[in-house]
Write a protein of this length. Sequence first.
Length: 347
Amino acid sequence: MANDVWALAEINSGKLASISLQLASKAAELAGALGGSSAAIALGTNTQAAAADLGACGVQTVYASEGSVYDEYLTQPHVEALASLIQQHQPRLVLFGGTNFGRDVAARLAARLGLGIEYNVGDVAIENGEVMMTVPAFGGSQAVKMAFQGEGTRLLGARPNAFPTNRVGGAANVESVPAPAAPANGAKVSGPFGTEGAAEAGHLGKAPDGHDIWMPAASRAKLEEAQIVVSGGRGLGGPQGFAQIEDLATALGASVGASRAAVDAGWVPYAHQVGQTGKTVKPTVYIACGISGAVQHKAGMGTSGLIIAINKDKDAPIFSFCDLGIVGDLNVVVPQLTALVKARKGS
């Protein structure tokens, strides 16, 4: 069993997702610590351009498989190609993104090859030759270290934005891999993910049990890839409160996030939760509205570039680590901020 570390890139319609560069950077780092080699796997279209970006993050090899079959079907072709590569090269560790795509591929691959797998990893390092992972436990209130047992290839699902992107320069050796044939009974993609029926603006809808729930605009950037995030918490008072969060996000060109308290209350879908048991974001600007700033929430946004907090409680924990704090009623401050942004933009 080699000490090689691989990273699976995510390519959607020829575009490389930002998590791919994070995983490639970490694969290069871990492989160096283990004394092995690093590689990235690029499956889809426009793989040569993807290979250049991945190589700049330090991986030595990119296994590139060019083919429209990866865009036309769900994960079956990816699993076929990966299973063949793993059986041939036997890497020690394969990194996946903790996205819907990454989880689906990793689960199918683990079941097919009988591989060990760990999800929701927030950090990973090499300690005394062992791969040590840090993962949340007990509802996110604790972080624990764990390691794989036994031999064989292991799969690691990392939280988006858990690792930094390190562009160290250089170029990877690109090895072409033939694309598999279209699966006989595979699920076919009828259109781009997440665009069918997407609303241009958020709206108040109904959850399956009939209660009111705010549905943020689906046309925005993915939360974990957004450069600006505006998040709402318990201080909004209910799902209707997210309307003003949506207005500010629209004015800024931002994506909408939420605290666990708001999600648990059923005010906004789980897909928008930021925190240790939600998504990890790393935007240039993060605006927290009515969020107390518990350690679990900080774990999901604490590395943001500029953190702005709006809360009427001057003793809220978020004021201890934000860059700019506004003590005041968010129902007054947020609309005023939105109006100022619109005035500055001339809209």
